[in-house]
Design a binder for this molecule. Sequence first.
Ligand SMILES: [Zn+2]
Length: 217
Amino acid sequence: MSTETFVQTILKLSKLPDESYEGYLLKQDNLYRRIPEEAKAELLRNAVECGKQAAQPLKGKPLAEFLQQAGIQVVYTKETSNKTKNAYTLAEIRLPDRITLNETLIDSGQKLINHEADLQFLTAQASIADILSAHELFHYLENRDKLYTTEKHIQYKIGPFSKTARIHALSEIAATAFVKEVYGLTFSPLLFNPVLLYNFDTEFSEDFAAQLLKRVG
Ligand SMILES: [Zn+2]
């Protein structure tokens, strides 16, 4: 895949509807098979609504201020591993109060965006670091405020036993809706995964982008 093809793939991905990404994320859940078909639409609707609601107090405010008030510290790490891993962490939160951002991959993504005019829409509303931090902030808020996404969403049976379980993918779906709402993004923040990895691990990034297009598109 040439860089031009990669950029075109990202542009195609940026135009796919939210519902397609929501369905894709739900399918990633370990319990996906346990979710009754007729319950899926409502779970998704509730998760998206939960993310949007949680975003309201943040709209138009500097994220740094909000993080500071919540006592959340943002720290940066470097990607020390060699290339070709099977998973990368762009950002994570360690509850209760620490967000870690992968500086190496943020810088790598920013360089690509600076170089490719067609990708500059990605950071037109907010920086990569703010978008990644906002996603992690949602995980802080859902936990602190015991939001819908932390509830037990389904009940199922294993043999004679009845179990209730949380669908973790709903947290990711809500976090995505949260970030989109906070910054008014018109594309899925999932696009940052391939974009941040492109210069660092091109093969991984291209595979990921192609997989997304196949599964979401
Ligand atoms: Zn997340």
